[in-house]
Design a protein around this ligand. Structure first.
Ligand code: FUB
Length: 325
């Protein structure tokens, strides 16, 4: 383990939900920027009232991590009301796109896009959110054939349940027990990042018998924070189980699934949420994640960390116990 591993990457600000990428040989981390405020916790995530984004960067995985300052503020995004949550980024045709969720002026979570010539911003937002987008936690996969996929969605405060009828209904029921669990959403971005090619559709996550994971199976069902990595030609969807605080993964042959549950990537961290990304750097695989150790356990004051990830030749991921050294 090198000196940086399993320690906060920066301590001048609180950061969470890290989406890590290698662009032009350098490491960039696109996190949420947690506010340094005390806030009561609730199931709708009111305590996550973030207002802007800062991008982190590292020349090497064992070197210093830099906070590159303000990259985008909610006051500069015409359609946003509040709550800038977990972002991701993609580089397409030499431009860098920040893809982020936020509540619109009606308090409905949507996905927005902002563009820059630099990986660290400042980013210029599009005038409106992506038409047809809803819920939180976008993760973007630029596939080997150049197609750009978006995975997103989160239960409870992330509002995913509220769209089961096809339109927004804040009183919609939460699936439970033997009902089929909701999955993350899948959509393809247009090449100019101005919209989706077609409406988002829900991804199936199956158990070892090919049956959909049930809503009551809280150790394995999808809650929020999707990520997609490819390994030996297969697609690996990983996510947080929310209420049980695990990071899990499922394997598939196609970018839109179905995916078969495979196992656990990480045991619970300090703090309610767990949210990650998986990235290959110089032939080694790393898990970027967050916890609330540095703030003494405050769930809304998190710090981004990373650790090495061991992936076997068949794609099996070794489970991480975050506080074992
Ligand atoms: O950071 C706000 C929310 O907390 C994210 O959108 C979720 O994934 C959870 O980490």
């Amino acid at each position: 383990m090198n000196d940086n591993e399993r320690k906060p990457l920066v301590t001048n600000i609180f950061t969470a939900d890290p989406s890590a990428h290698v662009f032009d040989g350098k490491i960039y981390i696109y996190p949420s920027h947690d506010m340094d405020i005390d806030h009561e916790e609730d199931d709708d995530g009111e305590q996550y009232c973030m207002e802007d984004y800062h991008i982190l960067s590292m020349d090497t995985i064992d070197g210093p991590c830099k906070d590159n300052g303000l990259a985008l503020h909610q006051d500069d995004i015409p359609w946003v009301g509040r709550q800038l949550w977990a972002p991701d980024a993609v580089k397409v045709n030499g431009k860098y796109y920040l893809v982020f969720p936020a509540k619109d002026k009606d308090d409905v979570f949507r996905i927005g896009v902002a563009e820059s010539d630099s990986p660290v911003g400042p980013f210029k937002p599009q005038d409106n959110y992506i038409e047809g987008s809803y819920s939180i936690d976008p993760a973007v996969l630029l596939d080997d054939d150049g197609r750009i996929y978006c995975y997103n969605g989160g239960l409870w405060g992330g509002q995913l349940e509220m769209w089961q009828s096809g339109s927004f209904n804040p009183d919609e029921h939460r699936p439970e027990g033997d009902e089929k669990a909701l999955g993350p959403l899948f959509a393809e971005f247009k090449q100019d990042m101005t919209g989706f090619v077609a409406a988002p559709k829900m991804i199936d996550i199956l158990d070892e018998n090919g049956e959909p994971i049930k809503a009551g199976d809280e150790d394995r069902r999808y809650f929020e924070g999707p990520w997609m990595h490819k390994f030996n030609g297969k697609y690996y969807l990983s996510y947080s189980t929310g209420t049980t605080h695990y990071l899990c993964y499922a394997e598939g042959d196609k970018p839109d699934g179905p995916f078969t549950y495979k196992g656990r990537i990480m045991e619970p961290v300090i703090g309610w949420t767990t949210h990650h990304s998986i990235v290959e750097i110089n032939g080694e695989w790393y898990l970027f994640y967050h916890d609330s150790e540095f703030s003494g356990g405050a769930s809304n004051k998190r710090s981004v960390k990373y650790t090495k990830l061991n992936i076997a030749e068949d794609g099996t991921i070794e489970t991480i116990h975050p506080y074992d050294h």
